[in-house]
Design a protein around this ligand. Structure first.
Ligand code: AMP
Length: 537
């Protein structure tokens, strides 16, 4: 067989050649909708590739984006990679110091930024060094100022671009993920990994994405490449709908209705609000029936899966990570389960499901591989063609991979005799709030540097809207005093607002193991039914 490279450039060429008339809808910052076609997208992505090449971009160079979910970001997904560069979407929700660290660690050369996100850029500019910065203004005229205008830049292209020959092993995209402590870690996705992930994602028992679909990109484009959907959509020629910065449930619902969306994706927090909206409206509404929702990032509760089913929204529950591109398992009912009682079917759908093709999963305990009995918990280890083999320039984190080449996920699960996995815990000390990570260890270290704090533990406590929120359990030094507001203000210098603990509990002593380690399990049990003090909690 021919050694044909699996590259995103082939997907771009295919999109331009065969799906030219297919529509792309994109919401602008003023909420108006911008419509154009795959043909326009193709030409603009190639113009971007041409401009980047003219600007001196070399194979493997990183180009950062600081953008919401819209058509210009989609063009960057393909334009940067067509020029041989690496797309590096920045998570705009992180603390400015973290974003600056990430830009520097990745050695980004260029940046494409939304005008509405310039305040984020201004906070980090003194800490980073970029060669050129281009501002996307969504139809608004160029402004004089320190940055170049993205549209004017694209207009400099001749329209004749000779794509470089790429290897499928070249880097195409890069996303960072939080470590339990210390700096975020980068994952560099190869063209091959993203192409193979797209084939898998489009397959019938994964998301069954086809040119008959209308896909709304509801998960952030700076989170694991919007779960790979932009690549898969371009490959199959599905109509695309981008919600801009409006990723809240009400705005997504409006677009779903207007554009007759058939498939979408977002974390459970969004769907919990969506369900409340749908329940308020009752069942008489104009939405297309049988909308598929790719849902993961945290486990969707059974009541959510059931509730959305009532409205014709069907969750496809998947587990994955930044390190797994992200889809690794999917929980689809098997034909033999179609006659099962509803209760049992929902039980299966809340599990994380079965490994996708070419993804190997094993559950490991300190005594070796766990039996497939559905009850023995162990850490999930994973390997496959779209699983990271290491973090970008982070040799100290090698211990996340086993000596025989499996990635240690830090998720604790059981596997049953059929190979279905169920996540039961997390061994990594992290909190996941509305799909975004918060490091307990970093918060604890910061808290313990406060002059009044003797010891502190930060744990994930259940939350109706965000699924988990940080709760700080604090022992003060004898005779010292501190209020929650004081501690929150103290942490505020280092952490983004949404990362701060919502509540602080003051205790006379924290529980420890015999070796002096904090007994977090005990604290999690003790505060499992914590009643949050704020208004929307
Ligand atoms: P990220 O790298 O930010 O995408 O986060 C990946 C982590 O999110 C996993 O290691 C899990 O801890 C968690 N996660 C992702 N999907 C699920 C799911 N379906 N159920 C439970 N936890 C999940």
């Amino acid at each position: 067989m021919m050694d044909y490279p699996l590259t995103l450039s082939a997907i771009l060429e295919r999109a331009g050649k065969y799906f030219g008339d297919m529509e792309i809808v994109s919401r602008r910052p003023d909420r108006s909708l911008y419509r154009y076609t795959f043909r326009d997208f193709y030409q603009r992505a190639r113009r971007l590739a041409e401009c980047l090449t003219a600007a001196g971009l070399k194979r493997g160079d990183r180009v950062a984006t600081l953008m919401w979910n819209h058509s210009a970001h989609f063009e960057a997904y393909f334009g940067i990679t067509a020029a041989g560069g690496v797309l590096h979407p920045l998570n705009l929700r992180l603390h400015p110091d973290e974003i600056a660290y990430i830009v520097n660690h990745a050695q980004d050369r260029f940046l494409i930024v939304d005008e509405v996100l310039l305040p984020v850029l201004e906070k980090i500019e003194s800490q980073i060094k970029l060669e050129r910065i281009f501002v996307v203004r969504h139809g608004q005229p160029a402004q004089p100022g320190p940055y170049e205008d993205y549209e004017q830049w694209l207009q400099q292209a001749s329209g004749h671009f000779e794509p470089p020959r790429l290897s499928e092993h070249d880097g195409a995209s890069m996303c960072f993920t939080s470590g339990t402590t210390g700096n975020p870690k980068g994952v560099l996705y190869s063209h091959r990994a993203l192409v193979l992930h797209s084939f898998m994602q489009a397959s019938a028992d994964a998301c069954a994405l086809s040119q008959r679909d209308v896909l709304l990109i509801g998960s952030s484009m700076f989170h694991v490449n919007a779960w790979g959907f932009p690549y898969t959509a371009a490959m199959v020629g599905a109509k695309l709908v981008f919600p801009g910065s409006q990723l809240d449930a009400a705005s997504l619902l409006e677009l779903m209705e207007q554009e007759h969306v058939t498939i979408t994706c977002a974390v459970p927090t969004v769907w919990l609000t969506m369900l409340a909206l749908l329940d308020e409206r009752g069942t008489h509404w104009k939405l297309p029936q049988d909308v598929r929702i790719l849902c993961g990032g945290t486990a969707p509760p059974e009541s959510l899966i059931r509730g959305l089913d009532r409205h014709g929204f069907h969750i496809i529950h998947s587990w994955g990570m930044t390190e797994t591109s992200p889809m690794a398992t999917v929980s689809r009912l098997r034909p033999s389960m179609s006659t099962w009682q509803e209760e049992k079917q929902y039980e299966v759908r809340t599990k994380q499901g079965w490994p996708l093709p070419f993804v190997d999963v094993r559950i490991t305990t300190p005594d070796g591989e766990a039996p497939c009995d559905g009850t023995t918990p162990g850490e999930i280890e994973v390997r496959g063609p779209w699983v990271a083999a290491g973090y970008y320039n982070a040799p100290a984190s090698k211990d996340r991979w086993t000596s025989d080449g499996w990635f240690r996920t830090g998720d604790v699960a059981t596997m049953d005799a059929e190979g279905c996995i169920k996540i039961v815990d997390r061994s990594k000390d992290l909190i996941k709030s509305g799909g975004e990570w918060i490091s307990s260890a970093d918060l604890e270290n910061a808290l313990m540097s406060h002059p009044s704090v003797r010891e502190a533990a930060v744990i994930a406590a259940p939350h109706v809207k965000w699924q988990e929120r940080p709760l700080a359990v604090v022992q003060l030094k004898s005779g010292a005093s501190a209020t929650p507001d004081e501690l929150r203000a103290f942490l505020g210098a280092k952490f983004a607002k949404w990362q701060l603990p919502d509540d602080f509990v003051f205790v006379s002593e924290l529980p420890h193991t015999s070796t002096g380690k904090l007994l977090k399990m005990e604290l999690r049990k003790e505060y499992a039914n914590w009643q949050w003090s704020g208004s929307d909690k």
